[in-house]
Design a protein around this ligand. Sequence first.
Ligand SMILES: Cc1cc2nc3c(=O)[nH]c(=O)nc-3n(C[C@H](O)[C@H](O)[C@H](O)COP(=O)(O)OP(=O)(O)OC[C@H]3O[C@@H](n4cnc5c(N)ncnc54)[C@H](O)[C@@H]3O)c2cc1C
Length: 384
Amino acid sequence: MVLGAGYAGLHAVKQLVALQPDAEIVLVNRDVYHYDTARLHEVAVGRTDPSEISFNLRETIDPSVGLIVDDVMRIDHDIRAVELRNNGLVFYDYLINALGGATSTPEVPGASENAFPLITLDDALRARSHIERILTDYRVSQNPYDLRIAVCGDGFSAVAFMAALVHQLPILTKQFGVPADKFEVHCFASNPNPLYRFDPKLTEWIMEFLQGSNVIFHGSSRVTAVGPGEVHVGNQVFHANTIVWAAGIRGSEVVPISGYAQKFNRVIVRDDLSVIEADGSWPREFVIGDVSAFPNPETGRVYPATAQLAIAQAECAASNVAQLLKGGRTYRFDYKPYGTILPLGPHSGVALLQDSKGNYTRLKGAKVRLLISRMNKDFRDAID
Ligand SMILES: Cc1cc2nc3c(=O)[nH]c(=O)nc-3n(C[C@H](O)[C@H](O)[C@H](O)COP(=O)(O)OP(=O)(O)OC[C@H]3O[C@@H](n4cnc5c(N)ncnc54)[C@H](O)[C@@H]3O)c2cc1C
């Protein structure tokens, strides 16, 4: 049984079909469609139609795979069953848990109610229709806060969203007849710079890019609460009628109720991506993608949640299930990231590429565009 039809779950299914054609494979997902999480910001700003980043699972997964469209509520490891909202208990022999991430809004008072997260396609569509409504309202209200968007967060998804937004602004302001020069994008970050732990030279360039696009950066400004149209940083209150929450992710809410060893709802896995069985027997479950916490052996820090990592883990987990089915030993997850590619709108980006010897190459600007198209195509090829 595979839980979640994101990059991790779908790549695992594809691999299992190839490696274990005789196995009964069941995929459980909340929706009947897959969406490309790494492109949600494009939908949120109105640049990309949802149909471009999603597809119907029934039309794409191998016909031998059973699809259950339902919500996973809990995993009962003692009886090896998954509890689904509508279908009750479904039993498994082997489980690949790829339930993905959830927003970190619960950690900040008022953020869940008053800010738009960017974790699911529904989130992106809600943010988009809010932005369109508020731009329409401005023509009557003339309220300057209608033209202010506050982005909470300074990681990759926050930067990708802001870059997509500033690129889309001329189109949006023209479409809704609002003055482009009065539009403001503010970024609230707990760190002094965006992408604090990323390559300093590229971060400097990203900062120039954003500031050159009139993004106002509030560094060392940890958001402590969010109210209706209000971002609170300690005692200071900042007004904006659109607030986007892109300040990190946690793992799925299913994790804490299912009794896993975890950190921020991300399951701590062993070096073969398995979790320890309650009775100490050989592994029956692998946890991959955003819902797993796998440390980089060199730094000891958990790898950031990326589609690249999710797909690599899916490959390993599917091979490990196949190994167990034939009585073999599992493989250690050996991750060789090719680097980081960050889109800054449709025509620009930055890339920090790593070769097999560990040497880095930095790229920035329009030449990264082809790498971004290639990356998005590779993600699709892994799951389609
Ligand atoms: C705006 C943005 C931009 C990004 N850009 C990049 C990028 O450029 N490069 C990169 O490598 N990474 C990027 N990422 C990160 C990347 O998208 C994630 O790391 C990746 O999607 C993780 O894949 P996953 O399969 O683990 O989870 P997901 O893609 O989140 O899939 C999880 C699946 O599980 C389903 N699900 C969740 N809970 C339940 C439940 N209880 N019951 C049933 N089904 C459930 C969901 O509906 C979903 O289909 C970006 C993320 C965001 C938000």
